[in-house]
Design a protein around this ligand. Structure first.
Ligand code: MG
Length: 286
C-alpha cells in the first residue's frame, strides 16, 4: 500500500511561525523537501501580503524553485484572485481552503461559508490545474466549538470533482471522530495537527478509514491559530517513520527528510516539535 504525503511546511508551517523567511530560503526548503522525495509540497500562499507577511513574495518563491520531476508543487488560494496569481506563477495544483463554520470563514477569509463555497465552485469549474479542497475546522472551531459532522459531510458532498481534505485546523479531533468523518465523506485526505497530542493516532485512524493523502510539515513546523503556545501540524518525518514501519510506502527518504529538519532547526535557532529528527532513524526499521 502506498500513500501520498503533502509537506505543508513551506506554506502552512512557516505561515504560523514567528519568523519571516526570505523567499529564496523558502524556495530552498521546497527544494530540500523535493530532493527528499516528497511527492507533493505546498509551496506558497497567494493571499494578501499585508494579511500574512510570512507568505509575502509567493511569486519569488515559485521562481526560485528548482523543479524536480515527480514532485507536484501546490499553492494556497482563498479566492479567484489568489487562484489567478497561482496559475500565472505556474504551480501544478491549487489548494483552495474553505472553512466549515461562518465565524472562522469570516475571520480567515472575510466571507461566509456560502460565499467561500461559491468561490470554490467557480475555481474548480475554471481551474486549468487539479484542485484540492481543504475543509478547515472540520472537527472543531475556536468560535463555534464542536462542528456538526452533518455540516462537513454536506459541504464535502458538493465538491465531488475536487480532492477533499478534512482539516483539524486547531488540533482538537480524536481518532474515532476522524475515522467516522473520513468513512462518511470518503474524503481521500486529512490535515492533522498535534496540538493536543492526538495527531498521529488520528493519522492511523484516517488511514484505516481509507484516507490516502496526508498533510504534514517537516519538523512539525507551524502553530495552532488561537492557541499561540501550542504545536501545529504533525511532523512529516514522524509520520513517515510510523507509516514505513507499518509497511506503508511513502516514497520519502527519511534520512534526507531528517537532514532537512536539522537544517531548519539551525536556521530558526530553536528546537522543533518533531521527535524523529532528534531521535534519528533506526536501523531496525529496514
Ligand atoms: Mg495546518
Amino acid at each position: 500500500m502506498r500513500v501520498t504525503i503533502c509537506d505543508v511546511g513551506p506554506r502552512d508551517g512557516l505561515q504560523n511561525e514567528p519568523e519571516t523567511l526570505a523567499p529564496v530560503v523558502r524556495a530552498e526548503l521546497v527544494d530540500r523537501l523535493a530532493a527528499a522525495g516528497l511527492p507533493r509540497i505546498e509551496t506558497a500562499s497567494f493571499v494578501r501580503a499585508d494579511a500574512v507577511p510570512q507568505m509575502a513574495g509567493a511569486e519569488e518563491v515559485v521562481a526560485a524553485i528548482h523543479r524536480r520531476k515527480g514532485t507536484e508543487y501546490s499553492g494556497l488560494a482563498l479566492n479567484q484572485k489568489g487562484y489567478d496569481r497561482l496559475a500565472a506563477a505556474g504551480l501544478d495544483r491549487v489548494n483552495f481552503t474553505l472553512a466549515a463554520t461562518d465565524s472562522f470563514s469570516r475571520r480567515n477569509a472575510n466571507q461566509s461559508v456560502e460565499e467561500a463555497a461559491a468561490a470554490a465552485a467557480g475555481v474548480i469549474e475554471r481551474a486549468a490545474v487539479p484542485v484540492t479542497l481543504t475543509i478547515s475546522v472540520a472537527f472543531g472551531c475556536p468560535f463555534e466549538g464542536r462542528v456538526d459532522p452533518d455540516v462537513v459531510a454536506e459541504l464535502a458532498a458538493r465538491f465531488t470533482s475536487a480532492e477533499v481534505v478534512l482539516a483539524d485546523t486547531i488540533g482538537v479531533a480524536t481518532p474515532r471522530q476522524v475515522r467516522h468523518l473520513v468513512e462518511r465523506t470518503h474524503a481521500p485526505g486529512v490535515h492533522l495537527h498535534n496540538t493536543r497530542n492526538t495527531g498521529y493516532a488520528n493519522a492511523v485512524a484516517a488511514l484505516e478509514a481509507g484516507a490516502t493523502l496526508f498533510d504534514a510539515s517537516c519538523g512539525g513546523l507551524g502553530g495552532c491559530p488561537y492557541a499561540p503556545r501550542a504545536t501545529g501540524n504533525i511532523a512529516t518525518e514522524d509520520l513517515v517513520y510510523l507509516l514505513e514501519g507499518d509497511g506503508i510506502e511513502t516514497g520519502v527518504n527519511l534520512d534526507a527528510l531528517i537532514e532537512t529538519s536539522v537544517w531548519l532547526e539551525s536556521l530558526l535557532g530553536r528546537r522543533l516539535e518533531g521527535q524523529v529528527y532528534r531521535a534519528g532513524p533506526w536501523a531496525g526499521t529496514d
